[in-house]
Structures are given as structure tokens and as C-alpha cells.
Design a binder for this molecule. Structure first.
Ligand SMILES: O=C(O)CCC(=O)C(=O)O
Length: 234
């Protein structure tokens, strides 16, 4: 049985050793031309592809993940290219990504700490476009042994700096155990809690103003329904 977390040799140099297992951070995974093209495609998508949430809006590609199986939809070529490229690094243990979430965060927007849940292969890969952000990680609320109140602050563990054009891969404890979120703020002052500063080419004390960030969250949904089966069940 192949290890679920087996990745291509090429990736090993990008492990963030200062974080719990396992984080890969790959700066400049795509070029500026690819970034501009991807942003153009995102903003050329039909207006109906957008879902407005409080604090961000998103596009869902590939189908809606569901406990009974995702009714798979074709992923457009401009995204499929990256599904294949990331899958060929071994991120999904030989499977090809079949789901992409496009999130758009305007300056000052974010996402509450959450886990990605059981509908996905336990790997999340994210390409950042347009602006950096800080992705913050938190321990889950524990039911036992907690001395004092478990505030978000007391559960906070570390952050990762995600620069535009970078690829982030999270697996193992970082995916399965910790929660991740983005604070809704308009700038970030970097501290030594941002554990990938050197590989992201930044220095502690630096303040980075946020702009509009678009992220492509590329995943594999193992349980899929074939449309044919449904249409056949008359
Ligand atoms: O935008 C990001 O990098 C995080 C997205 C995320 O956590 C999610 O869509 O579940």
C-alpha cells in the first residue's frame, strides 16, 4: 500500500521544517504571466459562478463535494492544467485533483479558523494570486486538560506567509489536526511566529499591506458519482 503522503523527490527541498508535519512551501511555483492569465480567467467567469459569503466570495469548480459522492463536473482547461501539474508531484498519492475552490479576499477580508473535513483526500494545495496573506494555524478546542479558557489567542500556534505565485501543500497533522484561518486585516507585520519567512523571502518586522488575493484551492475528492449512473436510474 502506497503511503498517502508520498511525494515526488523534487518536493522534499520545500518542506517547512519549523512547522509540524507536513508543510511544503514552493515560492514562484507559477510565473507572473501565468498569474495574470489565471486572474483574467477567474474574472472572466460568468457572474453566476460566484457565491458571495460574508467576508469573501468564491467559485466552485468540479462539483459539490457530498458524503454520498460528488456529482463530478468538467474542470475548465485553464484550471485542469494546474490540477495535473500539482497531482504529478505526488500530492494526492497518484490520484488527480478533481476539485478547485477559487476564493477572493478583498483587503481586510479573511476566513474563520476551520478544518477542511472528511470529504477530501487529506491534502490541500493552494496557489496564491494577486497578494500575499498570512495563513494562521490553531490547535483544536480540547475537551480535557484545559487549564483556563481556550481563546483563539491561546490556541494560536503559527502562521505561514503565502506570497503571490506560491504553492502551499498541507498534509498530515497540519491538515488533519490543526485548524487554519485568515485574519480579516488589511496589513501584516511579520514576526517569528511566521515560520517560513526565509523561504518566502521576508524578514521579521516587515509590514506588508494586503491587496485583493485570489486563491486556488486544489484538492482530490475520492468519492465521486458518475452522471451516467444517475440518469440511468429512472
Ligand atoms: O484562501 C486560502 O488560502 C484558504 C482557503 C481555505 O481555507 C478554504 O477554502 O477552505
Amino acid at each position: 500500500v502506497a503511503d498517502v503522503c508520498e511525494v515526488h523527490h523534487e518536493l522534499r527541498q520545500f518542506v517547512v521544517k519549523e512547522a509540524p508535519p507536513t508543510v511544503f512551501y514552493i515560492p514562484d511555483f507559477i510565473s507572473e504571466e501565468e498569474e495574470a492569465y489565471l486572474l483574467q480567467q477567474v474574472y472572466q467567469s460568468p457572474r453566476t459562478k460566484w457565491t458571495q459569503l460574508s467576508g469573501r466570495r468564491l467559485q466552485n469548480w468540479g462539483g459539490l463535494p457530498h458524503p454520498k459522492g460528488m456529482l463530478a463536473e468538467k474542470i475548465p482547461d485553464w484550471l485542469e492544467k494546474y490540477c495535473e501539474r500539482i497531482s504529478s508531484l505526488g500530492a494526492f498519492s497518484g490520484k488527480t485533483a478533481n476539485h478547485v475552490l477559487v476564493n477572493e479576499y478583498k483587503q481586510g477580508e479573511g476566513i474563520m479558523p476551520h478544518e477542511d473535513g472528511p470529504l477530501y483526500h487529506p491534502t490541500v494545495t493552494t496557489i496564491s494570486l494577486g497578494s500575499h496573506t498570512l495563513l494562521d494555524f490553531y490547535r483544536p478546542i480540547s475537551s480535557q486538560g484545559a487549564a483556563g479558557p481556550q481563546t483563539e489567542e491561546s490556541r494560536y500556534l503559527l502562521s505561514l506567509l503565502l506570497k503571490p505565485r506560491s504553492l502551499l501543500i498541507l498534509q498530515d497533522e497540519m491538515y488533519q489536526h490543526l485548524l487554519h484561518g485568515i485574519q480579516p486585516c488589511s496589513q501584516d507585520t511579520l514576526t517569528d511566529r511566521v515560520v517560513n519567512l526565509s523561504s518566502a523571502g521576508a524578514l521579521p518586522g516587515e509590514t506588508l499591506p494586503r491587496g485583493t488575493r485570489v486563491s486556488l484551492t486544489i484538492r482530490h475528492v475520492p468519492k465521486v458519482m458518475k452522471a451516467k449512473l444517475i440518469l440511468g436510474r429512472k
